[in-house]
Design a protein around this ligand. Structure first.
Ligand code: KIV
Length: 283
């Protein structure tokens, strides 16, 4: 499917009242599985910093790391829309720098769009990126890159003033030309109100059931990340424990000589082996 068609398809899901599915991926194998399952959007999230690179904050991940992982994801994904998540350093300095970095996601990695977390110059920067021909997904509510200015990793928009600000931000991003907006960690009724106000789809993460779609960090959903566990995460599998069991079993079998067995070894004919020994002068 052409990239523009993928965005059209996502927009039409809102019109038809069909839920939009989105997950993060950072590598080829997971991205393949997610795409084969028919998920609509694969986000190469800057959560890469925490769940894959072991960094404290998403602010610590840079453009080169994001592009490296986005390339692997784009090689794997055949159907979904792949979105590159702009890391903090990519767009806070100057809108032109933001446009240059957004282009890297499209031209170097093969993504179909970029995502930007809300910040003070968000509207101007978003407009510049869209004017350069790149589709943008917005992100408001709890924006982890600037969480220190929001009182930490906590629910946003519980009071009239902050809730009104989020409504205004969502409208400003729609007017700027975003094709969709992530609503992170806000009350479900506020997410519902924003979703009803907007023409473009909302994708919730801790935004309740009334959003037009949902996103989770795949490592959280799979039980592969032991760090921070927000209330909105539902764990659908416990891969950490499966992986630990497999690794312990491997260790045991190597130590006892049980692995590798005949089924996992290669053979040389006795004649070839004899010849070899003769030539090497080995009895
Ligand atoms: O980086 C990320 O994984 C995200 C999602 C949580 C929306 O931005």
């Amino acid at each position: 499917m052409l990239k523009d068609k993928k965005i059209q398809n996502i927009l039409s899901k809102k019109e038809r009242g069909e839920k939009i599915t989105m997950l993060t991926a950072y590598d080829y194998p997971l991205a393949s599985l997610i795409d084969q399952a028919g998920i609509d959007i694969v986000l190469v999230g800057d959560s890469l910093a925490n769940v894959v690179l072991g960094l404290e904050s998403t602010k610590e991940v840079g453009m080169n790391e994001m592009i490296h992982h986005a390339k692997a994801v784009c090689r794997a994904v055949k159907n979904a829309l792949v979105i590159g998540d702009m890391p903090f350093v990519a767009y806070h300095d100057h809108p032109q720098e933001a446009v240059r970095n957004a282009k890297r996601f499209i031209e170097e990695a093969g993504c179909g769009a970029v995502k930007l977390e809300w910040f003070d110059q968000c509207v101007e920067t978003t407009q510049k990126i869209i004017q350069s021909g790149i589709p943008v997904m917005g992100h408001i509510g709890l924006t982890p890159q600037t969480a220190d200015q929001l009182g930490g990793l906590k629910v946003q928009g519980r009071e009239v003033k902050s809730a009104k600000k989020l409504v205004e931000e969502s409208i400003a991003l729609q007017v700027a030309g975003c094709f969709a907006i992530v609503l992170e960690c806000i009350p479900d009724k506020l997410a519902q109100l924003i979703t009803k106000q907007l023409r473009i789809p909302t994708i919730g993460i801790g935004g309740g059931v009334h959003c037009d779609g949902q996103v989770l960090v795949t490592y959280d959903l799979l039980g592969l990340f032991d760090g921070y566990h927000p209330k909105f995460v539902k764990q659908y599998a416990n891969l950490s424990s499966l992986i630990s069991q497999a690794v312990l079993q491997y260790k045991k079998e190597v130590q006892s000589g049980q692995f590798p067995d005949e089924a996992h070894s290669f053979k040389i004919s006795p004649e070839e082996l004899d010849q070899l020994k003769k030539q090497l002068g080995i009895k």
